[in-house]
Design a binder for this molecule. Structure first.
Ligand code: MLT
Length: 335
């Protein structure tokens, strides 16, 4: 029996067990680390399920002659060559609404942890200290939250920050002042330079694209207030990490929280030694609830496509177009 579905990362949930009752599924949590093995495995399967670590490149897809659907268990699509998949007639599905709340909640947690120096205080007590004066923090109340990228997660962050009594300013080139995102959050839309100059917390919520790669560089960090904190829970490559380190070393900003890194897992870096930096291993979406929703959603769509049905959360088109005229337009506008 040939393989129907290859799962190239660590995905394990009841929804996947259900798929296994109908399809032949191979789960190899480490497959993403071995491009050659991955190539061999996808050469003859109908569906590939990944998180963010598997590089689904045009090369990989050119060898995947039977592939009908790529399931991205998560939101970001930067690891998948969607245009190449579309040309090959392969459906791409992701799970955009399923983990945004978890990402937003971690952003708030990070903001509070930065403001109140929680990791440092915890380390102090564990080390036998009780240095209360070292851990005088700041309130979020009355401070200005600067959100770069007022999409799904940015909006959820803004609403929660507002509930903490913060003023919300946002920069998003794709959002208009009369959009629901702005009306609901009461955010003041501003130019990026204005946001950097005014915000006490700058939080990045943009996808990784050619336009956003290394968006946050030294020049931008220099525009922030020296008392301000920077947070990145979006994509590591949006930040020029060496520039961030320089800005922190020169005390151009007060601290940073990084859930994502330029390289994951990261190589040894100056960030690890910095007291005012909080580092987590890309866990924004890692809650029981989000993971349950994400895996359920991606498995449902993959199962539907393989059974001849239409995917719900498709990125390009709802059914495979392997044998169709490839000039047929995508059902969704691709960005
Ligand atoms: C996402 O894009 O959904 C999150 O960053 C989590 C992930 O990459 O799996």
């Amino acid at each position: 029996m040939t393989t129907d579905i290859v799962v190239a990362e660590n995905i394990n949930a009841p929804a996947l067990d259900e798929l296994k009752t109908v399809f032949k599924v191979i789960v190899d949590p480490n497959l993403w680390k071995s491009p050659e093995k991955l190539l061999a495995m996808v050469a003859d399967c109908r569906a590939l399920i990944v998180r963010n670590q598997t590089r689904v490149s045009a090369d990989l897809l050119s060898g995947a002659k039977r592939l009908e659907v790529i399931g991205r268990a998560g939101t970001g699509l930067d690891n998948i060559d969607v245009p190449a998949a579309s040309v090959a007639g392969i459906v791409v599905v992701n799970t955009p609404d399923q983990n945004s709340m978890s990402a937003a909640e971690l952003t708030l947690a990070m903001m509070l942890a930065l403001a109140r120096k929680l990791p440092q205080a915890d380390r102090n007590v564990r080390g036998g200290g009780w240095d209360r004066q070292r851990f005088v923090g700041t309130e979020l109340y009355g401070k200005t939250m600067g959100i770069v990228g007022l999409g799904r997660i940015g909006v959820l962050v803004a609403l929660r920050a507002r509930a903490m009594g913060m003023h919300i300013i946002a920069h998003d080139a794709y959002v208009s002042p009369d959009s629901v995102a702005v009306t609901e959050t009461h955010a003041r839309l501003v130019e990026l330079d204005v946001l950097l100059g005014e915000a006490d917390f700058v939080s990045c919520h943009v996808p990784l694209t050619a336009q956003t790669a290394h968006l946050f560089n030294y020049e931008l960090f220099k525009k922030m207030k020296p008392t301000a904190f920077f947070l990145n829970l979006a994509r590591g490559e949006v930040v020029a990490e060496q520039d961030l380190i320089r800005a922190l070393e020169e005390k151009r900003i007060a601290g940073a929280a990084m859930d994502v890194r330029e390289q994951e897992p990261p190589a040894a870096s100056g960030l690890s030694a910095m007291e005012n930096v909080i580092l987590t291993p890309h866990i924004a979406a890692f809650t029981r609830e989000a993971q349950d929703r994400v895996v359920t959603s991606v498995c449902r769509d993959v199962g539907l496509v393989l059974s001849g049905g239409k995917a719900g959360n498709f990125v390009n088109f709802s059914k495979p177009r392997r044998n169709e005229n490839k000039t047929v337009a995508s059902e969704r506008i691709l960005i």
